[in-house]
Design a protein around this ligand. Structure first.
Ligand SMILES: *Cc1c(COP(=O)(O)O)cnc(C)c1O
Length: 396
């Protein structure tokens, strides 16, 4: 089915952000009904949602179950780690940005053993490094990988990380928050115990909850392990299986919206089509921005279809806050950068839009630069040195 173009949005800016993101009218309209959390209609919605999410895993997905959890994505990551890493377990967290750092912090706060491979702002953790670290420390039971590290937009090499983990006989837990639904996570391709994502990213729902897709056997063995009553994936699963209900108040409206979003995802053609639309958005964006003189932090091979980091121009007439306001006035919400060394900003390419919107983004950036009196969007020398560092490290 072709991607449906909706009429112009009256004054509502496009969110070029990695979630919450721009959603369809039908997703928003699905929130206009009130549902009783205990009622059979809502239980059916929960059951349908769980089944549709398992289906996204493709062949081999039958061995997994879906457990939705209230809260934002971080709550669900914490629930996954606390439930699936045994109290006497030991996790190797592969960090190259804020989300890997957060997972490590969650492990520390829970009092679980944790070793961090810290690659800095954006360098990818490689399979060979994982192999070496696991060989050096036989007490490590689990590897925690971030699929797309949204801080920089890098798509981490999940396949080689999974292979290294499986070869060493350890278990893999994946934070695919910002990639799931657009980048495949398939049990037929990689071995993993669980993957976690949330409603307001590539499935294009609204915020309010996330979900853990975990191997049934792995989850069954995790009873009583959680550090927390609320963030216990096993207990939530047990209640869903027993009564069809969530423990504690479910985000009913967000679930209704998400179910609509899942149907739209299927109508569009599933993970492959969603990923292709986002990749086309990204390609159009990156090509157009480069034509205007902007440079990306990462080499093409490491760019995700989700979000891209651009260096701020060196031109003294450029100030990000001013650029942001001008882009917002033209109908686009940008995302600030997160690099520690040089100034940058990010542009998300996920959400309910296609390349026709990206073309408008490119016109808006050119006009904004012109109005600010920025003659060149070329980054400063320090930014290019950062990128040279990236290129030399990833090629070794
Ligand atoms: C969005 C995101 C999360 C969760 O963030 P919340 O703000 O708690 O929803 C976790 N990991 C990654 C990689 C993300 O992109």
């Amino acid at each position: 089915m072709p991607f449906p173009i909706e009429p112009p949005r009256m004054g509502e800016p496009w969110l070029l952000t990695p979630g919450p993101l721009s959603t369809s009218y039908a997703v928003k309209a699905a929130m206009l009904t009130d549902w009783g959390s205990w009622d059979a209609d809502f239980r059916d919605m929960t059951a349908q949602m769980r089944a549709m999410l398992v289906d996204l895993l493709g062949p081999g997905g039958e061995a997994y179950t879906c457990v939705p959890m209230q809260g934002s994505g971080s709550y669900c990551v914490e629930a996954m780690l606390g439930t699936l890493v045994p109290r006497d377990g030991h996790a190797l967290v592969l960090a190259n940005g804020a989300y890997g750092q957060r997972a490590a912090r969650q492990m520390a706060q829970m009092g679980r053993a944790c070793t961090v491979l810290d690659k800095g702002d954006y360098l990818p953790p490689r399979g060979a490094e994982v192999t070496a670290l696991l060989a050096a420390d036989p007490t490590i039971t689990h590897v925690v990988a971030i699929h797309c590290e949204t801080s920089s937009g890098i798509l981490n090499p999940l396949a080689e990380i999974a292979k290294a983990t499986e070869r060493a006989g350890r278990r893999l837990l994946i934070d695919s928050m910002s990639a799931f639904g657009a980048v495949p996570v398939m049990p037929s391709e990689i071995a993993f115990d669980a993957v976690v994502s949330s409603a307001n990213k590539c499935i294009e729902g609204v915020p309010g909850f996330g979900f853990v897709l975990a191997g049934r056997e792995v989850l069954a063995a995790a009873q009583g392990r959680a550090h927390s009553v609320s963030l216990d994936v096993h207990a939530q699963w047990a209640e869903l299986e027993r009564s069809g209900q969530w423990r504690y108040t479910p985000p009913t409206h967000a679930v209704a919206a998400f179910l609509q979003a899942l149907h739209e995802h299927a109508d569009e053609g599933g993970v492959a089509a969603r990923g292709a639309r986002y990749a086309a958005n990204r390609n159009r964006l990156v090509g157009g921005m480069r034509q205007q003189g902007f440079e990306t932090l990462l080499a093409d091979e490491w760019l995700s279809p989700v979000i891209t980091t651009f260096f701020c121009p060196a031109d003294p007439a450029f100030a990000f806050a001013d650029f942001y306001d001008r882009m917002k006035a033209r109908g686009f919400i940008l995302y600030p950068g997160k690099l520690t060394v040089v100034d940058s900003f990010r542009v998300g390419t996920i959400g309910r839009f296609d390349t026709t919107v990206i073309d408008q983004v490119l016109t808006a950036t050119a006009q904004s630069l012109h109005d600010m009196g920025v003659a060149s969007a070329a980054p400063p020398a320090a930014a290019l040195a950062e990128r040279a560092k990236f290129l030399s490290e990833v090629s070794t």
